[in-house]
Design a protein around this ligand. Structure first.
Ligand SMILES: Nc1ncnc2c1ncn2[C@@H]1O[C@H](COP(=O)(O)OP(=O)(O)OP(=O)(O)O)[C@@H](O)[C@H]1O
Ligand SMILES: [Mg+2]
Length: 351
């Protein structure tokens, strides 16, 4: 066993709750019930999406998604016979940089189609669903919807690739419309992460399925390229946590070790009824696998609008240069953009 580190002891606040004490169990019916847009996008609509006139592709993407929504809605009311006769269901893929509004548009599409007809989840949630229910049961459950919306489509390993190409094929065969978002063009999925060239057939088949809509623009979160996370003094973190009964307080290293013990699909449940996440001893993350787990936690914090207060004695880079330049660079930059925005909210709360 590792010796307890001093930072960990300091973070143990008698009254505070700790994420590291939580081991959530998520029943499969909850996984299915949660296939809806996350809290941050609960009211995202086409009306609240304001295309930037400087980037024409935004209006084009919004118009196409509105048309897809109409098509899916019409399909819901079409007779069984007409449905059988019709051509391929629509499949669209929004590709673009960070914070340009892809998720906003995807959630708007899901809302326009309606909660009964649309299943909405992140790529990781769908792969996890297959892990929990099995492949056939997942297809059956998803095929009860007319649209399956997949946020953050990305292929991290060959297993994902084979599974997703099969899942998409089966859903399309059953007439389910597909909509996805990604920071990567479909033909380039997996590049730099695994031997994607060995899975070209699957990747190409997936890419061919989609109509790609490029969304250009600036990061709406208005975050300059951040490499540090916006840390604050640790006393400030403790004081803010003490003032908020819904807050949690964890030593960063202890939390990173805990994340290894909890399946990433449960990181959302880890945050149930948490209103502020306080961290102390925030420092650079050395290992890629640890960093990628932290990225998933940041994604779930962002989905749920949970502000973060990161306490450290100095504000250093969370991710190494090698990470920021490697195959997962987009994930890291996106996480920093999101974390920057959550840390700003945390600092506002603390002020
Ligand atoms: N054109 C827009 N009009 C209104 N709100 C927008 C627009 N674009 C983005 N937003 C808002 O900005 C925030 C960031 O957008 P969003 O998360 O949809 O971007 P994204 O492209 O999915 O980014 P990421 O690559 O990080 O997933 C959200 O709160 C979203 O509602
Ligand atoms: Mg997004």
């Amino acid at each position: 066993m590792r010796p307890a580190d001093p930072g960990a002891a300091a973070a143990r606040h008698p009254a505070a709750r700790h994420l590291a004490d939580r081991r959530p169990h998520v029943p499969t019916d909850r996984l299915l019930a949660e296939l809806v847009p996350p809290r941050h996008f609960a009211s995202a609509s086409f009306e609240s999406y304001v295309p930037d006139p400087a980037f024409a592709s935004q209006q084009v993407a919004a118009d196409r998604l509105r048309a897809v929504a109409d098509e899916v809605r019409r399909e819901r009311t079409a007779s069984w016979l007409r449905r059988r006769r019709r051509a391929e269901p629509p499949a669209v893929y929004l590709d673009g940089g960070f914070g340009v509004g892809k998720t906003h548009l995807l959630a708007a599409l899901a809302h326009a189609v309606g909660p009964e007809a649309a299943a909405y989840g992140t790529f990781v949630e769908y792969t996890n669903l297959v892990g929990a229910l099995g492949f056939g049961a997942t297809v059956d459950a998803l095929a009860t919807h007319r649209l399956v919306a997949i946020d953050e489509f990305e292929l991290d390993d060959p297993g994902d690739t084979v599974l997703m190409s099969r899942l998409l094929r089966e859903l399309a065969d059953r007439g389910v419309a597909l909509a996805a978002t990604s920071n990567t063009l479909p033909g380039s999925l997996g590049e730099g992460r695994f031997a994607a060239e060995d899975f070209l057939r699957e990747i190409q088949a997936m890419a061919d399925r989609f109509q790609v809509l490029r969304v250009d623009g600036e990061d709406y979160r208005h975050r300059a390229v951040v490499t540090a996370g916006g840390c604050v003094p640790e006393e400030l973190v403790r004081a803010a946590v003490a003032a908020d009964p819904g807050a949690t307080l964890d030593d960063f290293g202890t939390l990173l070790r805990h994340l290894k013990e909890v399946h990433p699909s449960r990181y959302g449940a880890l945050l149930d009824d948490v209103t502020l996440v306080g961290l102390t001893g925030v420092r650079p993350i050395r290992q890629q696998s640890t960093a990628l787990r932290f990225v998933v936690l940041v994604d779930r914090l962002y989905d749920r609008d949970v502000p973060v207060l990161m306490g450290a004695t100095e504000d250093r880079q969370l991710f190494s240069l090698a990470m920021l330049r490697g195959g997962y660079r987009k994930k890291y930059h996106r996480a920093l953009s999101r974390l920057g925005s959550l840390a700003e909210q945390g600092r506002e709360l603390a002020a």
